[in-house]
Write a protein that binds this ligand. Structure first.
Ligand code: NOJ
Ligand code: CA
Length: 702
């Protein structure tokens, strides 16, 4: 039966008529001939493309084009020209996983014209690690304003691959991943037991990009977007019968329109990352390479950083964001409020002292400004003032104190979704930060968006995030966005945009069913492909019953795995998220968080399987020290790791932080066995990871 279906499938989806229009067929090979993109027009002038990888079809014949309010860009095209080019350049990211990146591709500019004289170019780039293409609309008399109602791009899969995905929610990406064959994609459960506070899931077969898949032969592919700007985010409609995905652009407030643009313009890149194994997906630089080079001339002020903050204590219910200590937010979520306003001068000084003592760069302070009384779930404009501290947060004194201790306060701008209000205040807010010596801000978009009717992933908001990146850069401010659209590689162009949350972060472990043990083994293959995540690792007190005996929530990892996340979840911005007192109870374990860097010259993926395990070694920026992180899902695993990455002829002291005897994420999360060994290149280490566990190793040059 299955065979019959796939035969039938090929028959109906392959535009056989392309063969009758051979004149328009072009094949673009990647420089090392790993990837081939073929494009052509069928006899009604509809464009189709196909991608093969290492001789196998990765994306079978798939449609290209758009529908707009006033005309179609779907068929009736003739080929005007097909120019090829080649590009080979090596560039240095301001910060990253590696010191330099090679951008090597062959390009095809496939220029079309329809019967009404409208011109559209489809630009393809073939890399050895996949392909990208984007639609371009040159300046022309035949087409000026374009109100896109649908993108017709398809991705025809060749079989019922295993897929890792989250639902096509217009408003949130903070979801647990589902692993299933394409044919079983269904969002239904996300509107039942997995519902989160702000979500809008209306299309039951829609998924977000990047979606990552594995074929029966082990090929891995990921459909993604790069350089999203001035457009609705790319989600995908799954045709579960025909094993095909079709582009679905997040609409604007006027639900009949997806994006409104004026020629000349171009749509963002659509990318297909390809690899023979899971490790290759982690190593791919395709999304970064499809983004524009850095737009900031002087980048000397942009610094990867580790931080602590007045933060987790609110999430575990020991303190409040609002000074009025109203019960609003907790009442809305059904959670009990204990404690006092976290951002008071004395408490912030305690964190500054802690940061200074242990070498952290920053102290995030949430709840420092007026407005928190009204922030949650009200869809209200003008909630916050971003230049007005609460009276118990003495900003003059705290700025002086932080400066004296060599620590920076990280500002927090929770917009509560009132984005027009934030836009009105942005200049004043950044000037206020500059005045007090703050050079990093965490923004937040909890709740429904104002302008009302816009979505977190829509064109208006996607432009807003970029305005924030640009405006903060102008003010020499680094930014970390929570609840934005998932990233699409913009950190190449705006490296002051250090990280985003844009996925289900650690906080969910504090007050919900949490993140299953496989979660951190999926994120790097999906969400993190587009850019670093502010996941906030480092929780040592993993049981919320420690704060309130009635609580049953837990972090779904062992403590050793929390350490390993600093290596496996790449970000130039990493928090040590737990409370200072929890770290001071375990100074020997805390040592790893103190030592681990946040910027790297080299990265090696030692083993990887999506959703199962990841082992990565990285070399510290500008130094010879190496760090290794190994994590597993709910299954205990043993790995043998050969230290081939260490340089020959050098001796290292390895400090190994392993799951202790009997460790288990749920039953026994705390034990960490710390041991030291002298090692050299070629030595072999046996890593034993507990269920939901991990292993972290610091290799210090002797
Ligand atoms: C959600 C963010 O992800 C979290 O980090 C923050 O503490 C709250 N919003 C409040 O802004
Ligand atoms: Ca969040």
């Amino acid at each position: 039966m299955k065979k019959y279906i796939s035969f039938f499938l090929l028959f109906i989806v392959t535009p056989l008529s392309i063969l009758s229009a051979q004149k328009t067929l072009r094949t673009l090979l990647s420089p090392g001939k790993q990837t081939a993109v073929t494009v052509g027009l069928n006899k009604t002038g509809e464009p189709f493309y196909k991608i093969t990888y290492q001789g196998k079809i990765a994306v079978d014949w798939s449609r290209l084009g758009f529908l707009t309010k006033n005309f179609d860009l779907r068929d009736g095209f003739t080929l005007q020209s097909a120019k090829t080019a080649t590009h080979d350049e090596t560039w240095k990211p301001v910060w990253g996983e590696v010191a330099q990146i090679r951008d090597h591709y062959n390009e095809l500019e496939y220029a079309l014209r329809d019967e009404a004289g409208r011109r559209m170019i489809i630009r393809f780039r073939a890399y050895d690690e996949g392909a990208g293409f984007r639609y371009e609309f040159p300046q022309q008399d035949a087409m000026k304003n374009v109100s896109i109602t649908d993108e017709l791009t398809e991705f025809q899969m060749t079989a019922d691959h295993t897929a890792w995905w989250i639902p096509g929610d217009y408003d949130s990406n903070e979801h647990v991943y589902t692993t299933c064959p394409i044919s079983q994609i269904d969002n239904e459960r996300y509107n039942r037991e997995y519902a989160i506070a702000t979500q809008h899931i209306v299309k039951m077969k829609n998924v977000q990009t990047p979606i990552t898949m594995k074929t029966a032969s082990g090929m891995h592919l990921s459909i993604a977007e790069a350089a999203l700007a001035d457009f609705g985010a790319l989600h995908l409609e799954s045709d579960v019968k025909n094993l095909k995905f079709k582009a679905f652009l997040i609409p604007s407030a006027d639900s009949t329109v997806k994006s409104i643009n004026s020629a000349p313009f171009h749509a963002p890149w659509r990318a297909v990352l390809l690899s023979k194994d899971a490790a290759g997906i982690l190593e791919s630089k395709l999304i970064l390479n499809l983004n524009e080079p850095c737009k900031i001339e002087d980048v000397s002020w942009i610094k990867p950083q580790k931080y602590v903050g007045v933060w987790w204590e609110m999430h575990v219910g020991l303190a409040t964001w609002d000074m009025e200590a109203t019960q609003d937010m907790m009442a809305a979520t059904g959670r009990e409020v204990k404690g006092r306003h976290g951002a008071n001068t004395g408490n912030v000084k305690r964190y500054i002292d802690f940061a200074a003592k242990y070498g952290f760069d920053g102290v995030l302070v949430e709840g420092w400004n007026v407005g928190w009384k009204d922030w949650f779930g009200k869809w209200k404009d003008e909630v916050f003032d971003f230049a007005k501290p609460y009276p118990d947060f003495d900003i003059e004194e705290l700025s002086r104190y932080a400066r004296e201790k060599g620590v920076r306060i990280i500002a927090h701008h929770e917009t509560s979704g009132a984005v027009t209000s934030y836009e009105r205040q942005m200049d004043a807010a950044y000037a206020f930060m500059n005045k007090y010596g703050q050079n990093s801000v965490k923004t937040g978009y909890v709740g429904k968006i104002i302008p009302r009717g816009e979505w977190h992933d829509g064109q208006w908001m996607n432009n807003h995030y970029l305005r924030v990146a640009e405006r903060t850069a102008k003010n020499r401010i680094m930014v970390d966005m929570h609840e934005p659209v998932r990233p699409s590689g913009w950190h190449r162009t705006w490296p002051n945009w250090l990280a985003s949350e844009a996925a289900r972060g650690q906080e969910f472990n504090a007050w919900s069913s949490g993140n299953p043990p496989e979660h951190e083994c999926i994120l790097p293959f999906t969400r993190i492909l587009g850019g670093p995540m502010d996941y906030t690792p480092g929780i040592f007190e993993t049981r919320m019953s420690a704060y309130d005996p009635k609580k049953t929530e837990v972090v779904h990892t062992t403590v050793a795995k929390q350490l390993a996340l600093y290596v496996t979840l790449y970000s130039p911005l990493q928090m040590a998220a737990d409370l200072p007192e929890n770290y001071e109870k375990r100074p020997d374990v805390f040592q790893f968080i103190r030592d681990v860097p946040v910027d790297w010259d080299d990265t090696r993926v030692l083993n990887a399987a999506v959703g199962d395990h990841i082992t990565i070694a990285r070399r510290q920026k500008g130094a010879q020290n190496w760090f290794l992180g190994s994590i597993t899902d709910e299954n205990a695993r043993n790995f043998t790791v050969k230290l081939d990455f260490l340089p020959a002829g050098k001796t290292y002291e390895a400090t190994i932080y392993a799951d202790g005897p009997g460790a288990h994420w749920k039953d026994n999360p705390y034990p960490v066995s710390i041991s030291k060994r002298t090692v050299r290149k070629g030595d072999v280490l046996d890593l034993q990871l507990a269920a939901g566990g991990g292993c972290a190793i610091a290799f210090m040059l002797k």
